[in-house]
Design a protein around this ligand. Structure first.
Ligand SMILES: Cc1cc2nc3c(=O)[nH]c(=O)nc-3n(C[C@H](O)[C@H](O)[C@H](O)COP(=O)(O)OP(=O)(O)OC[C@H]3O[C@@H](n4cnc5c(N)ncnc54)[C@H](O)[C@@H]3O)c2cc1C
Length: 490
C-alpha cells in the first residue's frame, strides 16, 4: 500500500510516518511515533521555520493536579450549547468522550513534557477554570517556546541519525488515496511541493497537524464567519489546511465556532497592525483588571467569549480605518505585575505596556482602583459588583494606599485567536468520513491532532486546553500511525 517511487526516500526504506505541520501537535505525534517504534518520521512544514502558532503560546498548558476532578465539568461547561444542545444523543456522547480523553490524560501530558525537561512548575488559574491548573515555567521563557524547542531538540538528538527528518518550506497540497472494494477511501501518502524540486510524493500513514484558520482572514474565516472580517488576529496570516482533508471525505464540525480573545495589545506605534501580540490571559489571572474610560465593566475572569462579548458592546474606536477595534485599558498593580514579571518586562520592552505612577493616572481611574482595593481586601464585607472572586496577586491598597506605586497600563482590543471547529476525529484520533453521531467511518491511513480538529471545545476553548489537545491527541495519533507503518497499512 505504501510503495514509494518519486519522493524523498528510496523504495526499499521501511514505511515512514508522515506528519504534516510542525506545531505542538505534529511534534508530539513525531516524538511518540518514534518512541512507539516507527523507523522514521518525515515532518512537512510549509513555513521556513518550525513551530507554527504553538511557539507563540504564552499562558501555559492545562493539567489536572492531584485532587482536581473538576476539569471535565469545567470543559463541558465551557463547550456550552454546542454540547448541551447537540441534537442527537450519540453525537453528544462522542463529544463528551473526546473531552474525557482530553481531561483524563492531562496529568500524563504534563508528565510527558516534564520528563523531557520542560519546566512547568508554575500553576495559575485562568478564566473559565474553577481551579488553578495551567502550567508554565518559572523563568522568562514563554511556555510555547520552551515546549517546542525542547521537543525539536529531543527529536533531533534522541532517536539516532536520519530517524527524524524535518522538511521546511514544503507544503502538502494533496493526500494520496486508494479506494477499497467496499468503496471506502484510504489515505496512502501525501503530495507536496517545494520551491526547489516542485511536486513530489511520499507514501506512508499520515498525521495531519496543520493548525486552525484564525489567520486565514480572507479564506476560511470569511467563508465560515464573514461577520468577523476586520478583526485583527494573533495568528500568523496563512491558509487553513481543511480543504485538503475534505477532498478525501473528512467531515467538518463547528466551523463557525471561532474564539475571539478579548485582549490583543494595540501597539501605540502601529495601532492599525493586523497581526497583534496577545496580552496573555495570565495577566488577568495574576490580578490584572480591564478599564473603559477609567471604570471596570466586566469580571475579568469570565470566559474569553463573555469578556470579548462585553467589550464588543462598548462603542468602537473610530481611528483605525478598516480594522474593528475598541479602546480598553489593561492595568496591573505592582503585585500582579510582579507575579507576571517574565511577561511584563517583554511587553514593556515592546512598548505595549507602560509604567505609570498611581498619582499620574486619571482621577476616575484612581477612584476605581481605590474602590477595587476595598473589594480585594474584603473591608466591610465588600464584594465585587462585577462578580470577580479571585484577585490573583493584587496588592495595591490592600494594606495601605500608595500614590507612588507603579502600575502597568496598555491598550487592548478583541482579536481572532482560535478556531474551535475542524475535522471530526474518533478516540484514536482517526479522521472521520461520518458526521458526529452517525456510525463512525474512520478514513484508514489518516489521523489528525491539534487545532485542525473539531468537536472538543464546542462554543469556547478553555485557556491552556489547546496545547493540551496537541499533546494528548498528537501522542495518540503518533502511536497509531507508528503501528500502521509497522504493519504496512492504515
Ligand atoms: C499568541 C498565541 C498564544 C497562545 N497561547 C496559548 C496558551 O498559552 N495555551 C494554549 O493551550 N494555547 C495557546 N494558544 C493556542 C495554541 O498555541 C494553538 O492552538 C496550538 O498551538 C495549535 O497547535 P497545532 O500544532 O495544532 O498548530 P500550529 O502550531 O499552528 O502548527 C501548524 C503548522 O502546520 C503548518 N502547515 C499548515 N498547513 C500546511 C501544509 N499544507 N503543509 C505543510 N505545513 C503546513 C503551519 O505552517 C504550522 O507551522 C495560543 C495561540 C496564539 C496565536
Amino acid at each position: 500500500m505504501y510503495n514509494n517511487h518519486n519522493n524523498a526516500r528510496s523504495t526499499n526504506d521501511p514505511v515512514p510516518v508522515i506528519i504534516v505541520g510542525s506545531g505542538l501537535a505534529g511534534l508530539s505525534a513525531a516524538y511518540t511515533a518514534l518512541q512507539s517504534g516507527a523507523t522514521s518520521v518525515y515532518m512537512f512544514e510549509r513555513a521556513a521555520k518550525p513551530g507554527g502558532n504553538s511557539i507563540k503560546a504564552s499562558s501555559g498548558i492545562n493539567g489536572a493536579t492531584t485532587g482536581d476532578d473538576a476539569f471535565f465539568a469545567d470543559t463541558i461547561r465551557s463547550a456550552g450549547k454546542r454540547l448541551a444542545e447537540t441534537a442527537s444523543s450519540e453525537a453528544k456522547v462522542q463529544r463528551e468522550h473526546l473531552i474525557k480523553i482530553l481531561t483524563e490524560r492531562s496529568p500524563q501530558a504534563i508528565g510527558f513534557l516534564s520528563d523531557l525537561g520542560v519546566d512547568l512548575s508554575v500553576v495559575t488559574q485562568l478564566g473559565g477554570h474553577s481551579r488553578a491548573r495551567t502550567h508554565r515555567g518559572a523563568g522568562k521563557t514563554p511556555p510555547g517556546v520552551a515546549i517546542v524547542s525542547t521537543l525539536l531538540e529531543k527529536l533531533k538528538t534522541e532517536f539516532g541519525k536520519g530517524k527524524f527528518r524535518l522538511l521546511t518550506g514544503c507544503e502538502v497540497t494533496k493526500l494520496l488515496t486508494t479506494t477499497h472494494s467496499d468503496g471506502a477511501v484510504a489515505v496512502t501518502g501525501v503530495e507536496y511541493k517545494t520551491e526547489a524540486a516542485g511536486v513530489e510524493m511520499l507514501r506512508g500513514p499520515v498525521v495531519f497537524a496543520t493548525g486552525g484558520f484564525a489567520g486565514d482572514t480572507h479564506g476560511l474565516l470569511s467563508r465560515y464567519r464573514p461577520d468577523l472580517s476586520g478583526l485583527p488576529s494573533t495568528n500568523e496570516p496563512r491558509p487553513g489546511g481543511h480543504d485538503v482533508l475534505t477532498a478525501v471525505g473528512a467531515r467538518l464540525v463547528d466551523m463557525d465556532s471561532v474564539q475571539i480573545h478579548p485582549t490583543g495589545f494595540v501597539d501605540p506605534q502601529n495601532p492599525g497592525a493586523r497581526l497583534k501580540f496577545l496580552a496573555a490571559e495570565m495577566l488577568r489571572g495574576e490580578g490584572g483588571i480591564l478599564l473603559h474610560e477609567g471604570k471596570r465593566f466586566v469580571n475579568e475572569l469570565e470566559t474569553r467569549e463573555r469578556v470579548s462579548e462585553v467589550i464588543m458592546k462598548l462603542p468602537e474606536a473610530k481611528e483605525e480605518g478598516v480594522l474593528k477595534q475598541w479602546d480598553v485599558r489593561l492595568l496591573l498593580d505592582p503585585g500582579a505585575a510582579k507575579a507576571a514579571e517574565g511577561h511584563i518586562s517583554f511587553y514593556v520592552w515592546k512598548g505595549l505596556l507602560k509604567k505609570l505612577k498611581v498619582k499620574d493616572l486619571a482621577e476616575t481611574t484612581q477612584k476605581t482602583l481605590r474602590e477595587y482595593a476595598e473589594v480585594v481586601s474584603g473591608r466591610e464585607g465588600k464584594v465585587d459588583g462585577m462578580g470577580r472572586r479571585a484577585f490573583g496577586h493584587w496588592s495595591l491598597g490592600v494594606k495601605e494606599w500608595d500614590d507612588e506605586a507603579e502600575v502597568c497600563v496598555g491598550r487592548i482590543t478583541p482579536i481572532v485567536h482560535f478556531t474551535m471547529g475542524g475535522v471530526a476525529i474518533n478516540d484514536h484520533a482517526q479522521v472521520l468520513a461520518s458526521e458526529l453521531g452517525q456510525e463512525q467511518k474512520p478514513i484508514q491511513g489518516l489521523w489528525a491532532a491539534g487545532e485542525i480538529t473539531g468537536a472538543i471545545h464546542g462554543d469556547n476553548r478553555l485557556g491552556g486546553s489547546s496545547l493540551l489537545e496537541c499533546v494528548v491527541f498528537g501522542r495518540i495519533s503518533g502511536e497509531r500511525a507508528a503501528l500502521a507503518a509497522r504493519d504496512g497499512h492504515g
